[in-house]
Structure formats: structure tokens, C-alpha cells
Design a protein around this ligand. Structure first.
Ligand SMILES: N[C@@H](CCC(=O)N[C@@H](CS)C(=O)NCC(=O)O)C(=O)O
Length: 97
């Protein structure tokens, strides 16, 4: 399952929006500014100590641009292989809706 690291008052909101749009299961890990966000455990996920980050298996994405983050991760699983009539992946289309 995909793990989503975030703080409610952050640009992680864009990633959560995309996760909800594609309706795939994910686990949320809430981190605190200046505390758990800078912990050794989280720095192993994102050495910048910032949110958002998403992890799926060995794949970790630490940039928040929703299309790039979500599509890049889910392409590895092919769970979001659905495309619209023009051949655009639906998750990517949703990020520009
Ligand atoms: N380039 C990153 C920047 C992420 C970023 O700056 N996140 C802020 C929250 S919106 C953060 O985690 N700040 C905590 C810190 O700098 O200690 C992205 O776009 O995802």
C-alpha cells in the first residue's frame, strides 16, 4: 500500500487531493514541523525533512507536483492504467481538471 507523509497545513493537500481522485488505498503518516519531520526515521524517507512524500515499495517521491508524484508512483503498479478516450492517463488528466 502507498504511504503518504504529510502535515495538514502544507502543500501535501495537493497530493491528498490526487490520492482521493484516483481512489486507491493509502496510509497517512502525519508529521510535525521541526519535530518528527526532522527525525532520523523520516530523514531516511526524505533527506530534506519536508513534506509531502509518498512511498510505494522501494519507490519514494518527495516533490509535491500532483501529476508527477502520483502518476510516477502508480505507474510502477499499473493500478492506474486507465486512460481516457485521447489516451491520457486518468490520474494525469485529473491533476489538470
Ligand atoms: N519541493 C518540495 C518542497 C516541500 C516543502 O517545502 N514543504 C514544506 C511544507 S509546504 C515543508 O515541509 N517545510 C518544512 C521545513 O522546511 O522544515 C515540494 O514541492 O514538495
Amino acid at each position: 500500500m502507498l504511504t503518504f507523509y504529510t502535515h495538514p497545513m502544507s502543500r501535501g493537500r495537493m497530493v491528498r487531493w490526487m490520492l482521493e481522485e484516483i481512489a486507491q488505498p493509502y496510509e497517512t503518516v502525519l508529521l510535525g514541523y521541526g519535530t518528527s519531520m526532522k527525525s532520523p526515521d523520516y530523514l531516511a524517507i526524505n533527506p530534506m525533512g519536508k513534506v509531502p512524500a509518498i512511498k510505494h515499495g522501494a519507490a519514494i517521491v518527495t516533490e509535491s507536483f500532483p501529476g508527477g508524484s502520483i502518476v510516477a508512483t502508480y505507474e510502477l503498479t499499473a493500478t492506474v492504467a486507465a486512460k481516457d478516450k485521447a489516451g491520457t492517463p486518468l490520474a494525469l488528466a485529473a491533476s489538470f481538471a
